[in-house]
Design a protein around this ligand. Structure first.
Ligand code: PEP
Ligand code: MN
Length: 338
């Protein structure tokens, strides 16, 4: 069930509704939208008397939710969610570019890349300090030291950072440094981790599991939002199919589907989605045309020497060209470059 507050109803009125829900031993999850507040009710909603709830001051409507996507659905919130990160806006008509190396390999390469992507127009710096690698013998990331390096790059360039969290034990640390916490494809089904970031105050970017269906993807976002964190960004990063000319198959048709069903912003990652540098630009263009709110790409000063994902990273020259080439697509999609 959802309780839709009147447009511009004062927060104190929403608080009263929240108290009422809690007094019935139910869990309220408020979504503070730009236009109005919606309060989702989790639990046995038969305890709620619709008439008496509707009569509370500031309440516009009390509705039953038929969709399985209670908090992510556009039935619950009509307007696009806009996630605000240090003055940067994600969603709601703004184009967001997240760029940086696959892994934080060291201080110099990160700073150099951060300066480059900042001057090119990126709005967030990406870089993994904790790396989920196929082989336990491969570089696993610099951990806390990597987070500190990200912090230095942020201090110098002013770019907010997005970085991956792999386990609950590291949440306190990652939360301290990250402006957006990334949940990687391998952890999309890690429900305890999803619940943990659901309790965090930091926005979360949830990458689609490499074999996750549409429903599973949105349900994982529900896990995060149910705990009270409404700042969730979805990221399509390719799925496993029989197609073998690329690392993954970038499922771009999920973008308009997600945008139709959900109010959450959608980012596309053509780097992991294809695994090939030459495919990053064309698929970024296609993603923007399909309605994505932004793109995440890997950029490295010298991809041939990258410790991970060099084959899908852009060098600085390719990054400059990328920025030039996507501009008309961003414009045509009606998005604002920030
Ligand atoms: C990443 O973005 O660093 C990453 C590991 O991506 P994914 O989880 O999509 O493989
Ligand atoms: Mn990578």
């Amino acid at each position: 069930m959802i309780i839709v507050m009147k447009r511009n109803a004062e927060k104190s009125l929403a608080d009263r509704v929240i108290d009422k829900i809690e007094s019935l031993d139910l869990k309220p999850v408020p979504l503070f939208g730009t236009e109005r507040t919606v309060i989702a009710v989790i639990g046995d909603t038969r305890k709620i008397q619709k008439e008496s709830m509707s009569a509370l001051p500031g309440v516009d409507k009390v509705m039953s939710v038929v969709t399985p996507f209670k908090l992510t659905s556009r039935d619950t919130q009509k307007e696009d969610s806009v996630i605000k990160v240090n003055g940067t806006r994600i969603g709601g008509g703004t184009f967001t570019l997240m760029a940086g190396p696959c892994a934080v390999e060291g201080e110099d390469m990160l700073l150099e890349t951060a300066r480059k992507v900042k001057s090119g127009g990126a709005s967030l710096l990406r870089g993994g300090a904790y790396k989920p690698r196929t082989s336990p013998y491969s570089f696993q990331g610099h951990g806390e030291k990597g987070l500190a390096i990200l912090q230095n790059a942020k201090n110098e360039t002013g770019l907010p950072v997005i970085t991956e969290l792999m386990e609950i034990a590291d949440l306190k640390h990652v939360e301290q440094y990250a402006d957006i916490i990334q949940i990687g494809t391998r952890n999309m089904h890690n429900f305890r981790l999803l619940k943990a970031v659901g309790m965090s105050k930091k926005p979360v970017m949830l990458k689609r599991g490499m074999s996750a269906t549409f429903k599973e993807f949105l349900m994982s976002a529900e896990y995060i939002m149910k705990e009270g964190n409404q700042n969730v960004i979805l990221c399509e990063r390719g799925i496993r199919t029989f197609s073998d000319y690329s690392r993954n198959t970038l499922d771009l048709s999920i973008v308009p589907m997600l945008k139709k069903v959900s109010h959450l912003p959608v980012i596309v990652d053509p780097s992991h989605g294809t695994g090939k540098t030459e495919l990053v630009l064309p698929m970024a263009k296609a993603a923007i045309a399909a309605g994505a709110d932004g793109i995440m790409i890997e950029v490295h000063p010298n991809p041939a020497d990258a410790v991970s994902d060099g084959d899908q990273s852009l060098n600085f020259e390719q990054f400059d060209n990328f920025m030039e080439e996507i501009k008309p697509y961003v414009q045509l999609a009606g998005l604002k470059m920030q």
